[in-house]
Design a protein around this ligand. Structure first.
Ligand code: NAD
Ligand code: ZN
Length: 356
C-alpha cells in the first residue's frame, strides 16, 4: 500500500476556470478512490483536439471550473473498495469514458479549498493525481515507455482503429483522410498497414502536407486550392470516388464531403471528428440509396481495457511507430503552450511532462 492510500492528496493541477482562458496551475485536493475506482499518478499527458473543443466550450455542456486532459499515462497510486484487478504500481493508460462527475456517486473527487472542480470524460489527466473508474483504465506492459505510449490513450489509437476496425480498407483500395493532425495521420497509417494503394490527404493547412509524407499519404488536396467542392475534386481524381474515407477534422462540412466523396455501390465513410454542439449533417438521401455507407466511431472501436494493451504491444513489437507523432514536449508549468501549438496547427502531439 502507498502511504497516501485512503488520504486526500494535495497536488498541482491545471484548472480551466472559464472557456478559452489559459489554464492556471493550482493546488487541488484529490479525494481517495471510492468503490470500483483507482487513483492514478499521471506521469505524462498530451493534448488532443477534443480537450480544446470542450475548453473552448464548443462541446456539449460547458462545465467550469474543470480539469481537462484525457490522453495520458501513469501508475496506480491506490485502489478503492472492490478493485481486484489493479494494484498500486501498475502502469496504466486512462481512456475517456465518463462525464464531469464520478459514476459511483455523481460527485467530483477534485476540490480547491473544499469547492468541487469538475472532471472531464472520466480522466482529468492535467493533474498530478486523478481518480478514474476502473472501466476507463487499461493496464499495459510495464516495459512500455509512458512518455511515448501515452499518446495511444486517445488520438493515435482512435485514428488507427478508425481505419483498421471500422473503415477496413482492402488491399489496393483508395482512401481519403480528412484532417492531417495526429488522429488523421494515424488513420493514414492504418490505411497503409491495410495495403491501401492511394491515400489522399485533405487539409486546409498546407504545413500539414510535409508532415503527412512521412505517414504514407500519397496525394494531397487542399480544398482552398479548388473552386469546386472537394468531394467533386476527389471523385475526378479517382474515377467516381474513393473506396473509403475517414474524417478526422471535427468540421461538419468536411464530414459531409468525406461522405460524398466515397464511391457509389461500396464506398464507406467513417466520421471520427467531434462536431460542435449545433452542427447538422446534411446530405441528399440519394447518396445513401446509392449504397454508400456512413459510419462513426469513438476510440476507433477499440475496447479500452481489453484492446488497448494490444495496441501498446504493437508499438513494443515495432509494428507501430509512435515517436513520429510527437513533435513537442513541455514541462507541466508550460501546459498552455501545448494549447497554442494546437490552435496554430503547429505540430502533432505535445507531451506534457508532469514531473518537471
Ligand atoms: P488536430 O487539430 O491536430 O487536427 C485536425 C486537422 O483538421 C488540422 O490539421 C486542421 O487543419 C484540419 N481541418 C480542420 N478543418 C478542416 C476542413 N474543413 N477540411 C480539411 N481539414 C480540416 O486534431 P486531432 O487531435 O488530430 O483531432 C482530430 C479530430 O478528432 C478532432 O475533432 C477531435 O476532437 C477528434 N477526436 C475524436 C475521437 C473519437 O473517439 N471519435 C478521439 C480523438 C479525437
Ligand atoms: Zn482525444
Amino acid at each position: 500500500m502507498s502511504n497516501t492510500a485512503g488520504q486526500v492528496i494535495r497536488c498541482k493541477a491545471a484548472v480551466a476556470w472559464e472557456a478559452g482562458k489559459p489554464l492556471s496551475i493550482e493546488e487541488v485536493e484529490v479525494a481517495p478512490p471510492q468503490a470500483h475506482e483507482v487513483r492514478l499518478k499521471i506521469l505524462f499527458t498530451s493534448l488532443c483536439h477534443t480537450d480544446v473543443y470542450f475548453w473552448e466550450a464548443k462541446g456539449q455542456t460547458p462545465l467550469f471550473p474543470r480539469i481537462f486532459g484525457h490522453e495520458a499515462g501513469g501508475i496506480v497510486e491506490s485502489v478503492g473498495p472492490g478493485v481486484t484487478d489493479f494494484q498500486p504500481g501498475d502502469q496504466v493508460l486512462p481512456v475517456f469514458t465518463g462525464e464531469g462527475v464520478m459514476l459511483t456517486d455523481g460527485k467530483s473527487r477534485f476540490s480547491i479549498k473544499g469547492k468541487p472542480v469538475y472532471h472531464f470524460v472520466g480522466t482529468s489527466t492535467f493533474s498530478e493525481y486523478t481518480v478514474c473508474h476502473v472501466g476507463s483504465v487499461a493496464k499495459i506492459n510495464p516495459a512500455a515507455p509512458l512518455d511515448k505510449v501515452c499518446i495511444l490513450s486517445c488520438g493515435v489509437s482512435t485514428g488507427l482503429g478508425a481505419a483498421l476496425n471500422v473503415a477496413k480498407p482492402k488491399k489496393g483500395h483508395s482512401v481519403a483522410v480528412f484532417g492531417l493532425g495526429a488522429v488523421g495521420l494515424a488513420a493514414a497509417e492504418g490505411a497503409r498497414l491495410s495495403g491501401a494503394s492511394r491515400i489522399i490527404g485533405v487539409d486546409l493547412n498546407p504545413i500539414r502536407f510535409n508532415e503527412a509524407k512521412r505517414f504514407g499519404v500519397t496525394e494531397f488536396v487542399n480544398p482552398k486550392d479548388h473552386k469546386k467542392p472537394v468531394q467533386e475534386v476527389i471523385a475526378e481524381m479517382t474515377g467516381g470516388g474513393v473506396d473509403r474515407s475517414i474524417e478526422c477534422t471535427g468540421n461538419v462540412q468536411a464530414m459531409i464531403s468525406a461522405f460524398e466523396c466515397v464511391h457509389d455501390g461500396w464506398g464507406v465513410a467513417v466520421l471520427v471528428g467531434v462536431p460542435n454542439k449545433d452542427d447538422v449533417f446534411k446530405t441528399h438521401p440519394m447518396n445513401l440509396l446509392n449504397e454508400r455507407t456512413l459510419k462513426g466511431t469513438f476510440f476507433g472501436n477499440y475496447k479500452p481495457r481489453t484492446d488497448l494493451p494490444g495496441v501498446v504491444e504493437k508499438y513494443i513489437n515495432k509494428e507501430l511507430e509512435v515517436e513520429k507523432f510527437i513533435t513537442h514536449s513541455v514541462p507541466f508549468t508550460e501546459i498552455n503552450k501545448a494549447f497554442d501549438y494546437m490552435l496554430r496547427g503547429e505540430g502533432l502531439r505535445c507531451i506534457i511532462r508532469m514531473g518537471d
